[in-house]
Design a protein around this ligand. Structure first.
Ligand code: GDP
Length: 160
């Protein structure tokens, strides 16, 4: 029979940008108001992409800041990265380049397969947006990453 292709995806970014909420929405199709912020968990899901079945491990990390030393678990054997910032937090956006550079440096590569995600777009009416879409897009272009804006709460652009 067909070999199930294994893929490991790591979700990184500042604390409380909505990483867990995105992963839970993607895996379990619901929005959790609050989640244990400091716990790292791995979710598995089988994903059919272009007719090929992938057995995916999605590692939801606790979050990083400028002082975090990259965990080798988040570099070795990882096939792709989801780097999340909140569109309502400039600081979380600035952290994307910092985390990206840490991964590049750790892996000794020029670039990594990566999707940059601007989260919490449903909040842009109530809390003002701090990161224009154009800036997210430009950052993604500069590091050859894909880019998308999402809301885990209203389930916009979470799945494929
Ligand atoms: P993490 O630390 O990056 O994993 O962030 P969490 O997923 O724990 O989310 C942090 C807080 O933001 C929680 O209170 C979530 O309910 C909230 N949150 C996450 N995603 C969204 C979203 O898309 N919209 C809104 N309004 N709140 C969100």
């Amino acid at each position: 029979g067909d070999v199930l292709k294994k893929r490991k995806i790591a979700v990184l970014g500042s604390r409380s940008v909505g990483k867990s909420s995105l992963v839970v929405q993607f895996i379990e199709n619901h929005f959790v108001e609050s989640y244990y912020p400091t716990i790292e968990s791995t979710f598995t899901k089988s994903i059919n992409y272009k007719g090929v079945e992938y057995d995916c491990d999605i590692i939801d990390t606790a979050g990083q800041d400028e002082f975090t030393i990259l965990n080798s678990k988040h570099a070795i054997g990882i096939h792709g990265y989801i780097l999340v910032y909140s569109v309502t937090s400039r600081k979380s956006f600035d952290m994307i380049q910092i985390v990206y550079d840490k991964i590049i440096e750790f892996c000794g590569l020029n670039s990594i397969p990566c999707v940059i995600v601007g989260s919490k777009t449903d909040l842009q009416q109530s809390i003002s947006r701090q990161v224009p879409a154009k800036e997210g897009e430009d950052l993604a272009t500069s590091v050859h990453a894909a880019w998308v804006e999402t809301s885990a709460k209203t389930n916009v652009n979470v799945g494929m």
